[in-house]
Design a protein around this ligand. Structure first.
Ligand code: IPE
Ligand code: IPE
Ligand code: MG
Ligand code: MG
Ligand code: MG
Length: 298
């Protein structure tokens, strides 16, 4: 088991290095004005788990690819994610001072820089799909753009519900929190998986399974994020904790209680495992990601 854990760690570290290299390379090529370039590097090359790129690359492998074909998609989803975090931390949204154990971008620089760096990362994400590594054909390119567009739009819709409300009036708290989570976090995670699979020319059945798995992981991921905000170790999480309760956010633990949230997680774990069982050896990386997420503390 320990040997396997070492192998998995090495496998994921290699992917993380490749992603960081590709983002740095894209920025070198674009030669943006110094304050913008520096701000984007601060936000996008500052650690972070790189979950979405890992999912894109391992989803490509799960459907028979080498993983390399998903590099453009992997960079794209990470850039959208980095943009979403920079804006999420702004005073107008969550007003956070700490991210990945360091000052948030607007604290490190100023709000104007953070707003514009976020905007720029969104644009760069769409360029990255074809620029990091040319997409083999127009149909695949369109499909990837479509997924990234949907995932991004959903993330913004989720942030609106999270921050400002705007729910259908008949919705229960459970329906509201599901709507928030599926959109603000789930959709981009699902898109990461689907884009990886599309890059590797997945057949329709595999694509459906990968999409379902992505939805399950997305929901799982945000429930754990909400639990960590309550009971995480601040050193490991690298964010100021207790913010959700202070801001009266609708979260799984606030709606279902901590035990209720944990049991919802158990159900999702079971669903993820049963989807993974449909894939063979090729899904070894995806399986390792799902296992790591079950016990993540950061
Ligand atoms: C945090 O995302 C925001 C959520 C969507 C829950 P991550 O936990 O993936 O953040 P990093 O990239 O690892 O810092
Ligand atoms: C993340 O939700 C939503 C995004 C789309 C960025 P949170 O607001 O819970 O994320 P953290 O806890 O600040 O990372
Ligand atoms: Mg938020
Ligand atoms: Mg936040
Ligand atoms: Mg959170």
């Amino acid at each position: 088991v320990i040997h396997e854990q070492h192998e998995t760690k090495a496998r994921f570290d290699t992917i993380r290095e490749t992603i960081d290299g590709a983002i740095a390379c894209l920025l070198d090529e674009l030669a943006l004005p110094a304050p913008l370039d520096t701000a984007i590097r601060y936000a996008a090359l500052s650690g972070g788990k790189r979950l979405r790129p890992l999912l894109a690359i391992e989803s490509a492998r799960a459907v028979g690819g080498s993983g390399d074909e998903a590099l453009g998609s992997a960079v794209a989803v990470e850039l959208v994610h980095a943009f979403s975090l920079v804006h999420d931390d702004l005073p107008a949204l969550d007003n956070d001072d700490l991210r990945r154990g360091r000052p948030t971008l607007h604290k490190h620089t100023d709000e104007a820089t953070a707003i514009l760096a976020g905007d720029a990362m969104l644009a760069l994400a769409f360029e990255a799909i074809d620029r990091v590594d040319p997409v083999p054909n127009d149909a695949a390119h369109r499909a990837l753009l479509n997924e990234l567009t949907h995932g991004t739009r959903a993330m913004i819709v989720g942030q609106i519900h999270d921050t400002l409300g705007g729910f259908p009036e008949s919705f229960s708290d459970q329906q509201r929190v599901d709507l928030i989570h599926e959109n603000k976090t789930g959709a981009l995670i699902r898109a990461s998986c689907v884009m990886g699979a599309i890059s590797a020319c997945a057949d329709p059945d595999d694509l459906t399974l990968i999409s379902d798995l992505g939805s399950v992981i997305g929901l799982q991921f945000q429930i754990v994020d909400d639990l960590l905000d309550i009971e995480g170790d601040p050193e490991l999480v690298g964010k100021t904790l207790g913010k959700d309760e202070a801001a009266n956010k609708l979260t799984y633990p606030s709606v279902l209680g901590i035990e209720g949230a944990r049991s919802a997680l158990e159900d999702l774990n079971t669903r993820a495992d049963s989807i993974l069982d449909r894939f063979g050896e090729r899904a070894i990386g995806l399986r390792a990601i799902v296992d790591a997420l079950k016990s993540r503390r950061a």
